[in-house]
Write a protein that binds this ligand. Structure first.
Ligand code: SF4
Ligand code: SF4
Ligand code: SF4
Length: 250
């Protein structure tokens, strides 16, 4: 009998882009199946399993009835990992919370059918707002390399390490001209690195998909804004695109 950790993937409200990153692993898939037994993964197989050593949860919780399913998965799992921004922080799905009026949100999305019972929705919650989460893999979508690093660490019984420094650090090693000097805004000073500063390297300000770093120096962020004659209000929309949510990773 295999002694490899049993791994399963589940999705809630999401675009499934993070699971696709995994389903589309190419030669790295061989390394993955050497390390773990994938026992449940709706996107690529029909088999199911009664329990798991590691459950990866993609997506956020947007309906009351999702909570029971999530709690059931939690009960049957050793480690539970939030996979991607939707699961880790609520992600883009939390934009509707900012809007506030959920009935109007349903009318806007579903038109004349908005009040059908199966289209019920409530304020979006991150996975960790419903059940305890052991680790968060950040990003929208996640990085395949970071996912493989986390799986490998757990399979070897160690703690995965992911960057706890800001995107600015990666941006500076690429010798990019800071976007603030070009009249743009960017959340790089307070957002977790690990993406290779891909957005600012392509002329687009970081919007925070990897979440806020632990102990982020928000005063330093305000100083940067003040230095460039910008206000907190001018950058608030970016903070709202990807919500802040307390860090659970060690
Ligand atoms: S984090 Fe982004 S890519 Fe991943 S499921 Fe959510 S919306 Fe899709
Ligand atoms: S562009 Fe953004 S990430 Fe790069 S140095 Fe400036 S603030 Fe930091
Ligand atoms: S630069 Fe910011 S928004 Fe872009 S991928 Fe990195 S963390 Fe996400």
């Amino acid at each position: 009998m295999s002694t490899k950790p049993k791994v399963a993937f589940f999705d809630f409200a999401s675009c499934e882009g993070c699971q696709l990153q995994i389903a589309n692993l190419e030669e790295e898939i061989i390394g993955l199946v050497d390390l773990v037994d994938v026992v449940e993964f709706r996107e690529v197989m029909t088999e199911k399993a009664p329990s798991y050593d590691i459950a990866f949860i993609e997506g956020s919780i947007t309906r009351e009835k999702d909570e029971a399913r999530l709690r059931d998965i939690r009960k049957r799992s050793g480690l539970l990992v939030a996979l991607g921004a939707c699961a880790a922080t609520g992600g883009l799905n939390k934009l509707k919370n900012v809007r506030g009026n959920l009935e109007q949100v349903r009318r806007d999305v579903y038109g004349g059918d908005w009040d059908r019972p199966h289209l019920e929705t409530y304020a979006t919650r991150a996975v960790g707002e419903i059940v305890p989460v052991d680790f968060q893999i950040h990003g929208c979508p996640i990085s395949r390399d970071e996912f493989l690093h986390v799986v490998e660490a757990f399979a070897l019984g160690t703690n995965p390490e992911i960057p706890d420094y800001p995107v600015c650090a990666e941006c500076k090693t690429k010798e990019n001209i800071c976007l603030f000097h070009m009249g743009q805004t960017c959340l790089g000073p307070v957002v977790r690195a690990g993406c290779g500063a891909i957005c600012p390297s392509n002329g687009v300000g970081c919007e925070g998909c990897r979440g806020i770093i632990p102990h982020a120096n928000q005063n330093a962020m305000k100083d940067v804004l003040a230095e460039h004659n910008l206000t907190v209000e001018q950058i608030t929309e970016k903070f709202n695109l990807f919500p802040l949510y307390p860090e659970v990773n060690p």
